[in-house]
Design a protein around this ligand. Structure first.
Ligand code: NDP
Length: 324
């Protein structure tokens, strides 16, 4: 038996209940991990609320965690009992212990803490594929990022700066603006107060941005299209304000032959070799100090509902982790 935050039906944060769950022995290719820190991500909210469909009748949210391997099944070669590992996986991390395919695990470098990795693996891998694969950022590019003071946003700003791009961010309060400015953004616009479209036009002297990374969705996507230069790239990778509705293919022509994509991290790390190479890129930047992660705020796993309420209420900056 182990404890987990389990939901029996979609709903608000209180849908998750501290519950006993059976845990078997690892099967072929599987390991058992005792979690030490579990990252909180907006995708957990999408699943808990029912915005994303549930694969089973009940749901344990949680898409990333770090911990120690306590048992290995047959045919496991890359990792061993006692290894500190982390993983990303759509669901199932809000628990004390779990079984998972060994192929999903990456070893944590000795000089990074489990907490920092639990607070940055999913968000950092997201930033990694966004700047390399969704739109390959070039030195000198001007890029717009919404929710710049969020978990993904703070990593993305530093990554863009490291690539020699000019990052413009949006954020919802003066405190968030100051934080984003300290994490690579050259300009940060308070989009709750000001229309970000004319502000971006002014900053770019009317030229527009090479790409917009938009995770806010409903409230921002129309403006995002207007912030692109001709043949720019609209990357819609989330919808913290609600789903995009009304988007038409002809919008791409109307905004200057722009392109759009709607990527999902898990499609960029499904292959183990790709997971390892993207993780290695992230870890080397974390270890080298090019990307700094401030020690994430921690809460007990049993208080995951409070963590969700803060995230949905726009009360958080950077990462939040749960500790079993
Ligand atoms: P954040 O820490 O960025 O939290 C979300 C932020 O969105 C809030 O802090 C808030 O910042 C902003 N926001 C704007 N409007 C709203 C609203 N109506 N309700 C709530 N928040 C709002 O979360 P994460 O770093 O975990 O994730 C960022 C985004 O990236 C999410 O949309 C997530 O789904 C997406 N994502 C997508 C992935 C993919 O592969 N497609 C992978 C990982 C994350 P402010 O107050 O500054 O407006």
């Amino acid at each position: 038996m182990m404890k987990a935050m389990l939901a029996a039906a979609p709903g608000g944060p209180d849908a998750m209940v501290w519950s006993d769950v059976e845990l078997g022995a690892p099967g072929p290719g599987e390991v058992r991990i005792r979690h030490r820190a579990i990252g909180v991500n907006f995708i957990d909210v999408y699943y808990r609320s029912g915005l994303y469909p549930w694969p089973d009748k009940t749901l344990i949210p949680g898409a990333e965690a770090a911990g120690v391997i306590t048992a290995v099944g047959p045919d496991v070669h890359d990792v061993a009992i006692g290894d500190h590992v982390a993983y990303v996986s759509r669901l199932g991390a809000y628990c004390e212990e779990r079984l998972i395919d060994a192929d999903r695990c990456v070893k944590i470098p000795v000089n990074l803490s489990d907490t920092v990795v639990a607070g940055s693996l999913l968000k950092g891998l997201t930033a990694q594929y966004l700047v390399t694969s969704s739109y390959a950022v070039q030195p000198g590019d001007t890029i717009l990022v919404h929710a710049a003071a969020g978990g993904v946003g703070l990593i993305l700003g530093q990554w863009l700066k490291a690539l020699g791009a000019h990052a413009i961010g949006t954020a919802g309060s003066p405190e968030k603006i100051a934080l984003a400015e300290a994490h690579g953004y050259e300009h940060v616009i308070n989009y709750r107060q000001d229309d970000f479209v004319p502000a971006v036009k002014e900053i770019t002297s009317g030229r527009g941005c090479a790409a917009v990374y938009d995770s806010v969705g409903a409230d921002t996507w129309r403006g995002s299209l207007q912030c692109l230069k001709k043949r720019g790239m609209f990357v819609s990778f989330g919808q913290s304000s609600g789903m995009i509705e009304g988007f038409k293919l002809s919008d791409l022509a109307a905004h200057g032959s722009i392109s759009a994509n709607r990527p999902v991290l898990f499609d960029y790390v499904e292959d183990r070799a790709e997971l390892l190479s993207r993780s290695a890129d992230l870890f080397s930047r974390l270890v080298g100090g090019e990307i700094r992660i401030t020690e994430p705020d921690r809460r007990p796993l049993s208080e995951a509902a409070e963590a969700h309420a803060l995230l949905e209420g726009r009360q958080t900056t950077g990462s939040l982790v749960l500790t079993p």
